[in-house]
Design a protein. Structure first.
Length: 139
């Protein structure tokens, strides 16, 4: 069913427009609270899931668990020795890649926290450019 706004009474238009404006203002005021509470938790949970997926993809723990098991079923001492060193190299590079992803995630979370302050500073700076001079002369 399609409603035609021109059929609404003037009192209804005023009532609904006031409700819409009030809800809009409340959403703007609630946004910073959401950003640092529920929004931050969502970002952290998604990034933890990403790290877990990367760990599963890289299989670092599986390589560590099987470090003393010979590769390709070669149970002679040469096969065991080669398998051990190959697994050490694999573990090192895979753990290094996993560490890179963890550092990237930490940077993303820190940027999430810092971003509103940067935006607020830039807005204030555009409105009052002299404020930047005050902060730049502080020594």
């Amino acid at each position: 069913m399609c409603y035609n706004i021109s059929n609404m009474k003037n009192g209804d238009k005023l009532l609904y427009s006031n409700k819409i404006i009030l809800e809009f203002i409340l959403n703007i005021l609630y946004f910073p609270i959401w950003w640092f509470t529920a929004g931050l938790l969502i970002v952290i949970k998604k990034n933890i899931n990403f790290i877990q997926d990367q760990q599963k993809s890289l299989g670092v723990f599986i390589w560590v668990k099987n470090i003393f098991r010979p590769m390709y079923g070669q149970t002679d001492w040469q096969g065991r020795l080669i398998s051990f060193f190959i697994r050490i190299v694999q573990i090192f590079f895979r753990a290094l890649l996993l560490l890179f992803w963890m550092l990237a995630i930490i940077i993303i979370i820190l940027l999430w926290i810092i971003f509103p302050f940067i935006v607020f500073y830039e807005i204030i700076y555009q409105i009052y450019p002299d404020i930047a001079l005050i902060f730049s002369n502080v020594q």
